[in-house]
Design a protein around this ligand. Structure first.
Ligand SMILES: NC(=O)CC[C@H](N)C(=O)O
Length: 218
């Protein structure tokens, strides 16, 4: 399995996720936002403040050169993972439904966070138990996931809700913290599994997230 971590101007979790994949012996490289070659199996859109969060988080990154062929890529047997700012970019691209609004309290929230694994039947969560509570940190200003009633119905019917907050930190509809597309290969989540990887960080619950992906590719 080959992985690529996209680096946008303003990404700040690119190294964290790169290191985690490297530590798991994954063949991983950085992909600069201006490159176009997506010759990887797993494409990671990392957290951060791409293009300074101008306009809306992810609204400018969505037009970057590296993402020009992203729709074709998403149709293949490949995985796309958007963490935090990456999730925002995936909704801007409409690869995932809904939108990320400003947090309900209009403040940047930065804390530990308990999440419920709602769906373990995905390439990203297959090593968790359904209903298990895991701890990943959150750090965002625009993590308030919004989707209309019809969209929410579809998410539920298709089992696209992958993570829910135990205690809602930002006003997200239905406590949603992470969703997957209908095809089951594009996942976006606001919490950071890559920051729950080493004991010294206070949680190692993110290890199985990345090991799930590796095991998916066999
Ligand atoms: N950690 C992140 O990726 C933050 C995302 C975005 N800049 C926000 O504040 O919502």
């Amino acid at each position: 399995m080959k992985a690529g971590v996209v680096v946008f101007p303003g990404s700040n979790c690119d190294r964290d996720v790169f290191d985690v994949l490297k530590d798991l012996n994954v063949d991983v490289k950085y992909i600069w936002h201006d490159e176009k070659k997506l010759d990887v199996d797993l494409l990671v859109l990392p957290g951060g403040f791409s293009y300074g969060d101008y306009l809306r988080c992810g609204a400018i990154a969505r037009f970057s050169r590296v993402l020009e062929d992203i729709y074709d890529f998403s149709q293949k047997d490949k995985l796309i993972l958007g963490i935090c700012n990456g999730f925002q970019i995936l909704t801007e691209l409409k690869l995932l439904p809904g939108a990320l609004l400003k947090n309900k309290n209009l403040k940047f929230v930065c804390s530990d966070c308990n999440l419920i694994v709602e769906n373990n039947n995905t390439p990203f969560t297959r090593l968790y138990k359904k209903g298990e509570v895991v701890n990943f940190p959150i750090a965002h200003g625009e993590g308030n996931y919004f989707i209309d009633d019809e969209g929410l119905k579809k998410l539920k019917e298709n089992e696209q809700i992958v993570f829910r907050y135990k205690v809602n930190p930002n006003g997200s509809t239905n406590d949603i913290a992470g969703i997957i597309n209908q095809k089951g290969n594009v996942l976006g989540l606001m919490p950071h599994p890559e920051r729950a990887f080493y004991k010294i960080l206070g949680s190692e619950d993110g290890v199985r997230f990345f090991k799930s992906i590796i095991s998916y590719f066999g």
